[in-house]
Design a protein around this ligand. Sequence first.
Ligand SMILES: Cc1ncc(C[n+]2csc(CCOP(=O)(O)OP(=O)(O)O)c2C)c(N)n1
Ligand SMILES: [Mg+2]
Length: 726
Amino acid sequence: MTEQRRLDPAAPWTEVVVTEADWDEADPDLLTSMFAHLVLIRTFEEYVLELAGQGLVHGPAHSSIGQEGGAVGSIHALTSADTVNGSHRGHHQFLAKVLRHVEPEGIDPRQPFSERVRDVLLRSLAEICGLDRGFSHGRGGSMHLKWTEAGAIGTNAIVGGGVPLAAGSAWAHRHAGTDDVAVTYFGDGAVNIGSTLETFNLAAAWRLPLCFFVENNHYAVSTNVEEATGEPRLSARGPGFGIASWRVDGMDPLAVHLAMEQALAHLRAGRGPALVEADVYRYFHQNGGYPGSAFRYRTKEEEAAWRARDPIAQVRGHLERRGILDAEEADATVARAKALLADIGGCLVEPDPDGKPGVRRIKPDEWPDPAFADVGIRSSLDELEGAELAEVDSYRGGVGEAKFVEAVSAVMCRRMETDDRIVVMGEDVHRLGGGTNGATKGLVEAFPGRVLGTPISENAFTGLGGGIALDGRFRPVVELMYADFMWVAADQIFNQIGKARHMYGGTTPVPLVLRSKVAMGTGYGSQHSMDPAGVFATSPGWRIVAPSTPFDYVGLMNAALRCEDPVVVLEHVDLYTTVGPAPLGDLDYCLPVGRAAVRRSGEDVTVLTYLAMTHYALEAAERVEGCDAEVIDLRWLDRASIDWDTIGESIRKTNRVIVAEQGPPGTSYGGWLADEIQRRFFDWLDAPVQRVTGREASPSISKVLEGAAIAGADEVLAALEAVGEA
Ligand SMILES: Cc1ncc(C[n+]2csc(CCOP(=O)(O)OP(=O)(O)O)c2C)c(N)n1
Ligand SMILES: [Mg+2]
């Protein structure tokens, strides 16, 4: 007969229940300001629904009506320096944060609303309508609300997508030596997604000052929380991760406020993350102005029961009961808020001259200029001005030889020495003498606290890096142990990091370096052998560098670390152990952005290649007979940085092109490049652009099959011979 021992999680799990006595003791200024916020946000949201109903909000408008209590109660406990982000349903959190920022002492509901309040509401409404005077010039709209100055670091349309980014913000707060915190708001649906769960773990492991604020409104679109999880008490998740957790009635803004104060005391004391689950309810369906019951996934009775506990009515009731505000004053607040919204709306919309009476349109001057569509996808590169530039033949410090992987760790060491902002993270980067390949050798000893071994959670730690980059105080260098793991972190890499600058208006720097190991030929098989260049090149926002020599690695890494854009630095394991030209002097030079290197001059064909394939192409060019190949090592691969001048000059001479890469044709880099070349240089081409690629399948583990799947010198040789015979 076994003995049963009850085990309890180490982290506490508490429900905060407010009593009448708490309401009696609450600071009148807190209650009046919460009331003003609630009324402003509710009125704002009603106005958004009105505009949406008239087709004046392009795309969804996820209303927060009914669940304002969670945001208002919690944000009244924050300072301007604390940061918040949220998800698709984020108007209420954003508004509460920016209102708090412009009126940090609170808003008096008895007074006229200030110009500052009017201004932030106007800019918020403009953003939601997709208009130029919005915070992101209408690029972000309803689901991407960001005003960094106010600590509103960006809402997000990917469920759970903002959670790792908030962890980055929390990390930056702590690393900067402050007691500021980050709060990430998300729903009962988002609590089940990997990025959220991974971030629970990472934040707890690293004791980050991050509050996971779950707005449990009981539905994810039409799916209710009981059918989506085995434990619908969502704050139960926290203790399993070692996170102190609170549950509170979110329809009661004071209860939320008091629970949040407890959570904040825990966070500011450096005791690790906190989770607050606020039980709330959205009165309407997922989107638009119809109640959920109209779509039959819930009943009118259920909706009425929640409406009976309306957060505004609750606060108002206590204000009146305590004689702080009388009914007339409260009604006047509501009337003033309605008038304010009508006034703000009048700045953005007008009667449609071609429409029936009552039909409105967006004022034409309020739209962004269509020419703005592509502005600010990447930085202008002003930040590289004044950088020391060098090429191997112009470098003054002398060029010797070194092992490639030593250049990798040496340049990072040098940069971390000169730039305190740099922080390196990834799996095992802090152990094994510099990670699994020695690429981070010596760093942890030299820079303790700045070389962070992460738990295996690519979404969480890549996103955390993204959050640090967006914060701006530090420069994250994230290592992906194998390039294939980019699919695991795909949301953070492509939806978040790559799109953030543009989506939030085109000016937000995202200085993140992603070191990604390309491990073709190592026998690690189908899931560890990809070349990610093609995927990055066809995704927005990223710059891509592909060094083929130690000298270039140093210069490209320096440029990447100086750049305000996300840059993926591809590192091919075939190169790690090779010896090549390397600087003998300083490690401070950059390679010029967008400059390719002609590695071999030739007359008959231009071979465009990169990374390890450069060496195989050069080998083939030496072996072939009857074809004089010019081999160009592209080095900068992305659309914005590729060197069309060097490519064009070569094509005008040879009139033939081969794009050579090792990986399969499917996700290949050469596809888009060949397409560009045939249009740009059609008049100079004597033959279609030829491509050398691997086979269709991802490489297998069997050495023979792997060799067959990956292209190398033999495949380039065959392509050159074909040119020679033509
Ligand atoms: C990763 C992802 N999956 C699905 C969606 C589509 N979607 C948008 S909101 C939503 C429901 C989210 O529910 P919850 O997290 O509870 O937030 P709520 O809408 O209730 O505020 C879904 C499925 C999405 N945007 N992102
Ligand atoms: Mg929900």
